[in-house]
Design a protein around this ligand. Structure first.
Ligand SMILES: [Mg+2]
Length: 413
């Protein structure tokens, strides 16, 4: 068998179709993102698909640049081809998320081909399933959103913040879901957060019995995370922004986290995910793949990995996503009792609905800046939460007494 072509499918996910059609420069794409799918064709009519993240519009070019390494090769030799692609780009510098994003989608597609050739789901080829159902967690900002998830059987909720954690909101969510549903907080590692502020916030979070406190500080300097680690008695999670096992190594070897969160679309592929999981296992660290901006193909890939590693914790899932998510692939995954079943069809077990993808051409792939209201650093403005203003926003969060009635844990007193 030989690879005959490498195609990409880039789409704007989450944008309103009427705005996408208009393609106007002024269209508001806030909250939308790009999904990039890879399709590898062979001379025997078997096609594999994968998904890349890590700046999809740029990764698309990286995939097309790597196509000549793959075309003519036997797709059976996954690790050999991965190594050839990896070495083909080393002259461009360290493999960041663009390079590892391209490698991820390509490698996933090669596994999909192998599974289809052998008539087995990928998890079967990785040693078989340790578990047939993978627990998921959903996103909730309000008690109402949390209830919608627990009504579906979700047993874990994560609430996202833009840097400063609103402790009142955490308290309301914990009160709403009760003690038996897991609660996590994602601070998104803002570039302006100081380690000291993250520590002060983290100590307050000790009261809420969190599953984890995610990305309390920016990921560029792991010594900052080490400071938080030493001062806060809350499980920490991080790792979504790095690529390959090399990117996750310091988090794991320095025991900086309790939960490692490689993004399935930019971790470098299924085998890299398993290497990360194996490293983490030797440190008692759990695997919870990041999936917040990913499309549905990477979700399938994550399920295959999580079925086969002992330290899989749970998978992130955007339960109430843009409706197009459920139109661009088949079959569609459905949560039952807080879990997703592992796929059973050969390969990854999912296919692209190409006509649907084509309806949403990519227009934009970077976040729009917040509106400039001309009041730099003024309280309540978007620019307040930058560098020197962190203290003010943090102080406002910590001043609120609503959670004081909750039992405190750990050594924060
Ligand atoms: Mg996150």
């Amino acid at each position: 068998m030989k690879i005959t072509d490498v195609k990409t499918w880039l789409m704007q996910a989450g944008a309103r179709p009427d705005l996408t059609r208009a393609m106007g420069a002024d269209a508001d794409f806030r909250g939308s993102r790009n999904w990039l799918f890879v399709e590898i064709e062979t001379d025997e009519g078997i096609t594999g698909i994968g998904e890349c993240s890590g700046w999809p519009r740029v990764v698309e070019t990286a995939v097309s640049d790597l196509a000549h390494v793959l075309i003519g090769a036997d797709p059976a030799h996954i690790d050999r081809l991965w190594g050839q692609c990896y070495r083909a780009i080393l002259g461009h510098g360290l493999t960041g998320t663009v390079g590892s994003g391209a490698l991820s989608g390509i490698e996933m597609a090669l596994w999909d081909i192998k599974g289809k050739v052998l008539g087995a789901p990928v998890w079967q080829l990785l040693g078989g399933a340790i578990r047939e159902r993978i627990p998921v967690y959903g996103h909730a900002h309000t008690p109402e959103e949390a209830k919608a998830l627990t009504d579906l059987g979700y047993t874990a909720i994560k609430t996202p913040f833009t840097g400063i954690v609103d402790l009142d909101r955490v308290a309301r969510l914990r009160d709403a879901i009760g003690p038996d549903v897991d609660l996590a907080v994602d601070a998104h590692g803002p570039s302006w957060m100081t380690a000291q502020d993250a520590i002060l916030i983290g100590r307050e979070l000790e009261a809420f019995d969190l599953l984890f406190y995610e990305d309390p500080v920016p990921p560029e300097n792991l010594d900052m995370l080490a400071r938080v680690r030493g001062e806060v008695a809350v499980p920490l999670a991080a790792g979504e922004r790095v690529g390959t096992a090399h990117g996750c190594r310091d988090y794991i070897e320095r025991d900086l986290v309790d939960v490692i969160q490689p993004d399935t679309g930019r971790a470098g592929g299924i085998t890299q995910m398993r290497k990360i999981a194996a490293m983490a296992e030797t440190h008692g660290i759990m695997l919870a793949p990041h999936s917040g901006s990913l499309g549905p193909v990477a979700e399938f890939a994550a399920l295959h990995v999580m079925a086969t590693v002992p330290n899989a914790l749970l998978l992130e899932r955007i339960e109430f996503d843009w409706p197009g998510r459920y139109e661009v692939v088949a079959p569609v995954l459905k949560v039952e009792n807080g879990c997703l079943p592992i796929p059973t069809a050969p390969g990854l077990g999912v296919d692209l609905v190409r006509d649907e993808i084509a309806k949403y051409p990519s227009v934009r792939n970077v976040a729009a800046p917040p509106p400039d209201d001309g009041r730099a650093y003024a309280p309540g403005t978007a620019s307040e939460a930058v560098h020197v203003q962190t203290r003010r926003a943090r102080a406002r969060s910590l001043r609120r007494p609503a959670h004081d009635s909750l039992p405190r844990s750990g050594n924060s007193e």
